[in-house]
Design a protein around this ligand. Structure first.
Ligand code: HEC
Length: 221
């Protein structure tokens, strides 16, 4: 029945292409409908963490740091468990990066602490003498944009069904509750810091960028 097709190389090639393309589509299409699947126990970012993530983007940490541990022994020995796609389910956008002038930061929360970050961001050479990372002193006075972070959380909740306010999940609530929650979290971080201006600001209800950034870095585990 298809002898004519076998004798006609051009139409045969077109036929082969159509069959393979169709099979390919059948395999690929369902994945588009699939929601990203968070790893078990993953919680959406808190408002303060989101504000810190904004600082990370704004100050272009991604230019020198990746957040993606590859499945090689050299990497898992240094950084820990390699990264899984489900860990980025609430990252919009993800901050994988492609340049490692500095080390990967995807699990930095496991081995660096609030006071270490405080010293390091103020003056990297004070903790790592050979460091070429720039200092970020302005973060100790610039204030974090909590309201925008709240709006971002509310948006991903509405648009992408990110599970805020779920039982045992991250609380979001109203704008006032979001602000209050961020301040409470900021107080816990400022308690582990030594910079008096930062402590005073938080006590007065303001949140410097460094506090939000540290909340974000501590969460990377
Ligand atoms: C010009 C490149 C560069 C930029 C930009 C940069 N870093 Fe770094 N970073 C480095 C280098 C190099 C190191 C390794 C030396 C050190 O620890 O200071 C490092 C180390 C670090 C570490 C310690 C990681 C570890 O495993 O010890 C953290 C945390 C960090 N950077 C956070 C940041 C954050 C947050 C920003 C953005 C505000 C940033 N860096 C921007 C180059 C950079």
């Amino acid at each position: 029945m298809f002898h004519w097709l076998e004798k006609n190389p051009f139409f045969f090639a077109v036929g082969v292409f159509l069959v393979i393309a169709f099979a390919g589509l059948i395999e690929i299409l369902p994945n588009f409908a699939e929601a990203s699947r968070p790893v078990v126990g993953l919680k959406p970012y808190t408002v303060l963490e989101l504000a810190g993530k904004e600082v990370y983007k704004k100050d272009n940490c991604i230019a020198c740091h990746s957040q993606l541990i590859r499945p090689f022994k050299s990497e898992t020995d240094r950084y820990g468990q390699y990264s899984l796609s489900g860990e980025y389910a609430y990252d919009r956008p993800f901050l994988w990066g492609s340049k490692r002038t500095g080390p990967d930061l995807h699990r930095v929360g496991n081995y660096r602490s609030t006071d270490w970050h405080e010293n390091h961001m103020w003056d990297p050479k004070s903790v790592v003498p050979q460091s070429i990372m720039p200092a970020y002193k302005h973060m100790f006075t610039n204030l974090a944009d909590i309201d925008t972070a709240y709006a971002e959380a509310l948006t991903v909740k509405k648009v992408f069904n990110t599970p805020y306010d779920a039982p045992n999940g991250t609380k979001l609530g109203t704008l006032d509750e979001g602000r209050a929650g961020a301040l409470e979290e900021a107080k816990a971080i400022a308690a582990d810091m030594k910079n008096q201006e930062v402590k005073d600001a938080v006590a007065a209800g303001k949140i410097p960028e460094i506090v939000a950034l540290i909340a974000y870095l501590n969460r990377l585990k």
